[in-house]
Ligand binder design. Structure first.
Ligand SMILES: [Zn+2]
Ligand SMILES: [Zn+2]
Length: 413
């Protein structure tokens, strides 16, 4: 879950994946992908309250935003891999640095869900990469042309990183293709055992399983049953619309229609087919969190001990520790800032410890000193900015803004 405030310390007047009133001092907006923790504030936009600048996003994200938040205007599609000049909504009375007129952004595929992108910002000599949520393998990263220069000879000043699994507990995840194949095998076995049998895919979250849904539908050549809410979001997306149905009687025997019940294992009865005998139900739970200490050749699924015909399958749409490590060491950024920081102090410290281990492998002594100086600047800058905003507009600080400050202060000590 993203804890990013939306602001970059290095480039002013942009907000990414945050659209609250606090972000309204920005003059250009960016959306990396359409999961709810990256769209905070868009639901508050209406005919009277508009974002004070354009919203840059991928083609697929545009379709989703238009459907879900029709009041949001000035959507600008970014072409993948092309540096696009950013147009800031500046009024004549704004006294701001002229350098912002020379800012460009490049959208880079992030492999997290349909339409998900990273943003590479370039302003004068500053280069900042914001990953959003991502799942990229070594070969994906090596194939991205916009990133090659950082591996070869250009400095990346700062990397804002999806650190969801920046932990040695999650060194390895099977590739999504492998996880999907396992889910297909389990599904096929169950469906072939009895014509009345039905498979319920019960993920722990409502979003993030789009690739799975498409692959299941293509393999079994049936539509997958989804909830009305999911259907409304996806029905206009060319990559997904033909693979889903919101009518459980007009689709195949595969359902991805989560109930919202926290303890999904106990939910043996079918919600969308209430007359179905529970003995015909198989539950498959794609999840990443429980798969600690997995190694490359380990079996990445298990049956649930107490619930018959139920399986957990390791499935992640965020990169593992080893994939994150490869990205960092490939790009060799001067500074890394974490977008997903746990509340728990021990976990937070452990995460920064893992990050230090990764960066110290390539950083020279000179870069380490530079990093210290840069971090101190950020603390002062952030503190000044946030307190002045809070004072001027009486907006209380958001929790993650405060924790961001605390983390930075702690790290300076
Ligand atoms: Zn996401
Ligand atoms: Zn269903």
């Amino acid at each position: 879950m993203s804890t990013f405030s939306g602001f970059l310390d290095e480039i002013e007047y942009v907000s990414i994946d945050r659209f609250t009133q606090l972000n309204f001092r920005s003059k250009a907006f960016f959306l990396s992908h359409c999961h709810t923790d990256h769209m905070i504030g868009l639901n508050e936009i209406n005919s009277e309250v508009q974002l004070p600048g354009s919203l840059y996003l991928s083609e697929i994200s545009k379709v989703i935003v238009q459907r879900r938040y029709p009041a949001v205007k000035n959507l600008v599609i970014l072409k993948i891999g092309e540096a696009t000049p950013i147009s800031f909504a500046i009024s004549e009375c704004d006294e701001i640095d002229q350098s912002i007129g020379r800012t460009s952004v490049t959208a880079i595929p992030a492999g997290h869900c349909p339409g998900s992108v990273m943003f590479l910002f370039e302003q004068g000599n500053k280069r900042i990469l914001y990953t959003g949520d991502f799942r990229l393998y070594r070969e994906d990263i090596e194939g991205i042309i916009a990133l090659k220069k950082f591996h070869e000879n250009i400095n990346l000043d700062c990397l804002y990183l999806d650190s969801t699994f920046l932990s040695l507990d999650y060194a390895y995840f099977p590739k999504q293709r492998e996880s999907i194949n396992t889910i297909i095998e389990l599904t096929e076995k169950w469906l072939e055992a009895n014509p009345k049998n039905i498979v319920y895919i019960r993920p722990p979250a409502n979003y993030g399983y789009e690739f799975l849904l498409v692959q299941l539908s293509q393999y079994f050549k049936v539509k997958i049953h989804v909830t009305n809410a999911t259907f409304k979001d996806y029905v206009y997306i060319p990559d997904i619309d033909t693979y889903i149905s919101n009518n459980p009687y007009h689709c195949g025997r595969i359902h991805l229609c989560p109930s919202g019940n926290a303890n999904q294992w106990k939910l043996r009865k079918s919600l969308c087919l209430p007359k179905l005998d529970e003995r015909h139900i198989c539950i498959i739970r794609p999840t990443a969190m429980k798969w600690r200490k997995l190694a490359a050749n380990d079996i990445h699924y298990e049956s649930h001990a107490e619930v018959p015909n139920s399986y957990s399958v390791c499935y992640s749409n965020h990169s593992s520790h080893d994939e994150i490590k490869f990205l960092i060491q490939y790009l060799r950024p001067k500074i890394v800032k974490l977008n997903v920081v746990p509340n728990n102090v021990c976990q937070k410290n452990a995460m920064y410890g893992v990050l230090d281990e990764i960066t110290k492998e390539y950083q020279t002594d000179e870069q380490k000193i530079d990093m210290e100086v840069q971090e101190s600047k950020c603390i002062e800058y952030n503190f000044h900015r946030i307190t002045s905003i809070a004072t001027k507009s009486s907006i209380s600080l958001e929790k993650d803004e405060i924790s961001l400050l605390k983390v930075k202060k702690r790290r300076r000590i």
